[in-house]
Structure formats: C-alpha cells, structure tokens
Ligand binder design. Structure first.
Ligand code: TEU
Ligand code: CA
Length: 557
C-alpha cells in the first residue's frame, strides 16, 4: 500500500476551456471572457473545481493564442483586463480556481522582444531568441519542427536563422539567457499577485536546449529529430527547479507540465518531493500510439484497446508512490474522445461517452475534462480542406499533399479522424442557431449534430452524459479511495473489457468497462464485488457486460 500525501490538487477535477470556441458574448463569432463569465454557473453545476483557460493573452493568432505578443495584456477579441478581473472574481466567488496557460517556450514573432531581436545582431534583445548562421547555404542543422518543415527560418535583415519548434511565427525563447528567465519569472509572479491559482505549462519539456547537432533521420522522414538535444534535458529540470524556488513556492498553486516523454520523465517533473511540478500530461496514449509512423499522427492506425490499456496502466503503475498523474483523453490538440476511443454513432454515442468518462474519472491522477466532453461532443467530419482553420493542418497539407507524397483523399480521411479542429468547433449550448454559441457567424463551423447534442437538452435529461459526468465528479469528491487508492490492473489480456481496481485501507473499488459494441463475457461482473456507485446501464446481466457498459462497485470490509 502506498501512502499518498493529501493535496487539494489531487482531489480536484479540472475543466479546460478553449476560449475562442466556448461562448461569444458580443456577436463577433469569437468566444470571449464575458462569454465564460456568463457560463460559470453551468461549470459550478457540473461540479468541477478548477478551470484551465487556454491562452487569453494578446496574440496575432497564428496558433490561436499559443503565439503570445504581450504576456500582460488580454487578446483584443477576448475582451479587456477588466473583463478578466470580473471573470476571475466570478470563478473565486463560486469556490472554483483558475489556471492560466503559460506559453513560455516561444513567443509570437510580433512580441516586442522579437521585434527588437531581429533588428540587428547587437540589439540588446538579440539573445532573447536562438540565432545561428546557416550551413552550406541552408539551415544551421537538420531539425524539423512540430508542424512540419525545417525548425529554422532565415531572416533577411541580419542574414541569420532563428529557431522555431512550432510555426515560424513562434520563435523559441533562449532560456539559457538569464534575462529571459528573469522576464518570464517576473511575468508569472505578476499573474500570481493578481490571484490566479496555477499554470498549465505549454511544451515546458522543450525549454532546455542543450546542443544543436543534427538529429537522426528516420526512414522516410524529411527532417532530423532534434528531440534528444532539447526534450526533457537536465537543463530543463534545472530551469524548473529555479522556477519553483523563485516563483511557484511562494504561492499555493496547481502546476501542470505539458511535457510528454516517458514515465521516467514524468516521475522527475512531478516527483513526490515536489521540487518541480505537481503533475504532467503524458502523450503515449494519444499521439504516442502513432510513434514510428512515417507521418506521425496522420495514419489509419486508430486506438486499439490493447495498446491504450498497456500505456495507461503502465503510467498508473510507474507513477504510483513516485509522482502524481493526470488523466485525460481530450484537449484542444486531440480529436473528440468519443469519436476516437468510443463510438460516436447515434446508437452508441451516449453509452460510450459515459464508459470513457468512467474509465478516466476512477483512475489515480487528476482528471481533465475538455469543454463539450461532458456533453459527449463528437468530431465534425468535414469533407474539404477549406473548412479547416488550424496552422498544423495547412502545414501538413503543404508538406505531404502539395508535394505529391500523399493522396489528398487519404490526408482528408486522417484529418477527419485526428485533426485538432475537431475539438475546436463551438461549444454546443442549445438547439438555437449556431448552437447558441454566437448570434453572429462563428469563426469555425458548428457541428451539425448540435440539434440533438447540446447543453440545454442534456441539463433537462437526468440520463444525459452531462448528469453522468456530474455524478462521476461528485463521486471523486465523496470517496478517498478514488483519489488516494492504489491502482491494480485486472483482466490485462481481455479482448473487450478494460478493468482495474483501486484499494485504500479496507476498501476495494472495482471498475469494469466494456470497450466494444458487443456484449462481452466478464467473470467480474457479479454483485459480489460490492455496492454499485455508478453505471451507464439500469440493470445488468450476470457474467456479461453489455455494449460499452461501465460499472463501478465499492466493497467496504
Ligand atoms: O502543444 C504541444 C504539442 O506537442 C503539440 O504539437 C501537439 O503534439 C500537437 O498539437 C498534436 O498534433 C502545445 C499546445 O497545446 C498547442 O495547441 C500549440 O500549438 C503548441 O503547444 C505550440 O504552442
Ligand atoms: Ca466575441
């Protein structure tokens, strides 16, 4: 039995808002801060403890706010600092907390620091970014970037290249420069003094670049993989410990690293001694399942039970007693979870959405709910490239389709399954025009299924996905075994059922999930396992689980 130290952020459930697509208060088609403030009671009803807002800072929106041009100003389309203060007050007044997105691996190329930096080689801000001479008439090394293409961009003005691990409008900050760290830590302190409650740290595992050698080129790949020289390095850990001492330790925060890597990396970032962060997001069960594919996430591979379970169980077990975990399947970078891991056909959408919710919320780690997940929102399945808005989609199109390497129909099929825009369609509030998201023209298409899948309808239906999630969240708050219990995998080779147990003192919580659309035999389905806490079926069949059935049973000795 592991003894878990109590902490409020272990007991919390986090709700992620993608502000651009949450609620538009002024009819310009873009979600905004007043839109969030107007829906805080909805979130309170759901029962979440913490709200994480994707970036709300000033930005030219090359990557929807993940390209920040002023860390201390609010994006014009989202409102004003007064709107922000009112939103924060509203969140606190309801006993909830606010997590800000800290995007500090890079800024926008329109940030004042970069505007200065690119002016001349001896500008005082030159070393805020990573500038290098070219090599043999090309880029300084062979690294590719996360959205396709070279990680280096040539800049005429000074005849050097700057590094960008994301779009060319997202130049990487040079964390090796102590002045950069001073600026970032001051900015973080400024937000903490304003009263925010934590940070979700964007690609924080990439801040510690250690060297700039060529990376290995995988068969079929166009660029080298610089990962070993900039991901999860000793230098990154050193910067995080410095951040902890200079900023984080002064406040009672929740800190979440978007750091990826393997469990050994997560254990270092979110170690129980608490020298770095509280928790990190793993990517092995989402993007990681496609590692080794020539085109990365663009593939027909899907997310088979055996692979997902192997990864998720390994994360639960490896981190147990060593680090705190996060549990999620959805965010603004992933397709809708019911479409990817469940079954979004009208017949099974609700059942499978509830099954996936059960699987996640009973695990060890802080659960993250992405806006609309609590309604069982699905992928949109757009047919043409014109309907997409995401820079990642456009760049991949250029690299693979326009170059003639991949058939357009294949790419469109992969986009429909996995593109980030699937999660960025507007929140479905009601059956009113545009799903009640806006009275104007939405910046991105609304999923046509809003007529049946929407918050208003689900609030009125006690059997909805929404009320099921509300119950899951309440269960976590009511039962220590769900937060602090040990994780024990069960039926690890079962072709249909994902099952596990949580144990604490004399309590045993058994979680059974049928991952398929067929009735599956299950030796564990008996009532002998205790009192039923929640299920997505009103009655059960001994020895079997119905399609997508989920059942949670608690035995107290
Ligand atoms: O994402 C980091 C990241 O690793 C992404 O490349 C992710 O793997 C990809 O979106 C999946 O296709 C963060 C943000 O969450 C993302 O929205 C930003 O675009 C990115 O950083 C750059 O800031
Ligand atoms: Ca608006």
């Amino acid at each position: 039995m592991y003894t878990e130290k109590r902490a409020w952020w272990k007991e919390a459930v986090v709700y992620q808002i993608y502000p651009r697509s949450f609620a538009d208060s002024n009819g310009d088609g873009i979600g905004d801060l007043n839109g969030i403030t107007a829906h805080l009671d909805y979130l309170k009803t759901l029962g979440v403890d913490v709200i994480w807002c994707s970036p709300v800072y000033a930005s030219p929106n090359d990557d929807n706010g993940y390209d920040i041009s002023d860390y201390r100003a609010i994006m014009r389309e989202f409102g004003t600092m007064e709107d922000f203060d009112r939103m924060l007050e509203g969140i606190h007044a309801r006993g909830m907390k606010l997590v800000m997105d800290l995007v500090a691996n890079h800024t926008s190329d329109e940030h004042q620091w970069f505007v200065e930096s690119r002016k001349s080689r001896d500008n005082p801000y030159r070393d805020f970014y990573i500038w290098r001479d070219g090599r043999d008439g090309g880029a300084p090394n062979n690294w590719g970037w996360c959205f396709s293409g070279s990680a280096w961009e040539y800049d005429e003005a000074t005849g050097q290249y700057y590094m960008h691990l994301f779009s060319k409008k997202q130049p990487d900050l040079n964390w090796a420069n102590p002045k950069v760290r001073d600026e970032i830590f001051d900015m973080m302190t400024w937000w903490c003094e304003k009263g925010i409650d934590g940070f979700r740290m964007d690609v924080i595992g990439m801040i510690g670049k250690e060297s700039f050698e060529d990376g290995a080129v995988a068969p079929g790949a166009l660029y080298g993989d610089g990962g070993p020289f900039y991901q999860h390095t000793e230098t990154t850990h050193r910067y995080l410990r410095e951040m902890r001492q200079r900023v984080l330790d002064k406040y009672d925060l929740i800190t979440i690293g978007e750091a990826g890597g393997g469990t050994a990396d997560a254990i270092r970032y979110s170690n129980v001694e608490g020298t770095e962060l509280n928790m990190t997001f793993g990517f092995e069960h989402t993007d990681g399942i496609n590692d080794g594919n020539e085109m990365g996430k663009w593939s027909d591979h899907g997310s088979p039970l055996a692979e997902v379970r192997e990864v998720m169980n390994r994360w639960e077990l490896d981190l147990q007693g060593r680090a705190w975990n996060t549990v999620y399947m959805s965010n603004h970078d992933q397709p809708r979870q019911v479409s990817r891991f469940g079954n979004d056909s009208p017949l099974w959408r609700e059942k499978s959405a509830k099954m996936l919710g059960t699987l996640l919320h009973m695990m060890r780690g802080t659960p993250f709910v992405y806006q609309g997940e609590e309604l069982g929102m699905t992928n949109i399945y757009v047919k043409s490239i014109e309907q997409y808005k995401d820079v990642e989609v456009f760049n991949a199109w250029r690299q693979w389709v326009e170059s003639g390497r991949v058939d357009a129909q294949d790419m469109l099929r992969w986009y429909a399954k996995i593109a980030r825009d699937n999660a960025r369609t507007p929140m479905q509030w009601s059956a009113a025009p545009n799903a009640g998201f806006t009275t104007g023209t939405p910046w991105i298409d609304v999923n046509p299924n809003y007529l049946s899948v929407n918050a208003e309808a689900e609030l009125a239906d006690p059997d909805s996905v929404f009320h099921y999630y509300r119950k899951l969240i309440a269960l976590r708050h009511a039962h220590d075994v769900i937060v602090y219990g040990d994780f024990v995998p069960l039926l690890e080779d079962d072709p249909s059922v994902y099952a596990y147990r949580r144990t604490l003192d004399c309590q045993e919580l058994t979680v059974l999930c049928n991952w398929t659309d067929r009735t599956a035999p299950c030796a564990l389905s008996g009532d002998a396992l205790g009192e039923e806490l929640i299920s997505n079926y009103p009655s059960h069949r001994a020895g079997f689980l119905y399609p997508y059935e989920a059942r949670v049973l608690l035995k107290r000795a």
